[in-house]
Design a protein around this ligand. Structure first.
Ligand code: 5GP
Length: 180
């Protein structure tokens, strides 16, 4: 397996770009089956979800909208626990089906914040698509179900395919996990 270094840290390839591409294809198929015919808005969460959102949305085969919002909670390699400002809401989601596109769901705090906002804005139905999911860290199993999960991963820090370490690594085509 390949390794890569960012600053002083070493990361090892964990999910290859081929495997990611195949999984995204399957998720798109499921979404096409489930949501075709509905009034759907995809909401990508920046920055991390930009590649996943692009690859997923390209394979949606019914007319749908996409918009992006930004909100960051992470500094370095451990969650800061504080959720920052949500910016960029300009899509009318009133009475629509919303598919939230997340790069990774860790504690779920980010997701909870977004779902709250969608409820306030009166979305008819909320679906969650996450490329990566850390079940051991997720705090909202009873309240927010994840509809389209790419990969369940251990509670380790990962980079690549949109995810960064200190702003770097988003352009790595595979997902890499921190080894030291
Ligand atoms: P949560 O609010 O679920 O704890 O964290 C969600 C956000 O934290 C993600 O959208 C992502 O930006 C960041 N994050 C969580 N885990 C990781 C990780 O392993 N690597 C990177 N690069 N970011 C992460």
């Amino acid at each position: 397996m390949r390794e890569t270094r960012i600053h002083e840290k070493t990361f090892r390839e964990m999910i290859t770009e081929e495997v990611i591409a195949e999984r995204i294809k399957q998720l798109a198929l499921q979404i096409n089956n489930d949501l075709s015919g509905k009034d759907v808005v995809f909401i990508g969460i920046l920055n991390g979800a930009f590649l996943f959102a692009a690859d997923l949305f390209r394979q949606i085969d019914f007319p749908a909208r996409i918009s992006f919002v930004k909100l960051a909670s992470y500094k370095g390699t451990s969650s800061s626990g504080t959720i920052k400002e949500l910016i960029g809401w300009n899509e009318d989601i009133n009475n629509k089906t919303v598919v939230v596109i997340e790069d990774i769901v860790d504690t779920g705090n980010t997701l909870e914040r977004i779902v709250d906002e969608l409820v306030i804005r009166k979305a008819a139905e909320i679906k969650i698509a996450a490329l990566l999911y850390k079940p051991d860290a997720y705090k909202y199993k009873e309240t927010i179900s994840l509809d389209y999960i790419g990969f369940e991963i251990p509670n380790d820090f990962v980079v690549g395919f949109g995810l960064d370490y200190d702003g770097l690594g988003r352009n790595l085509p595979s997902v890499y996990t921190l080894i030291q």
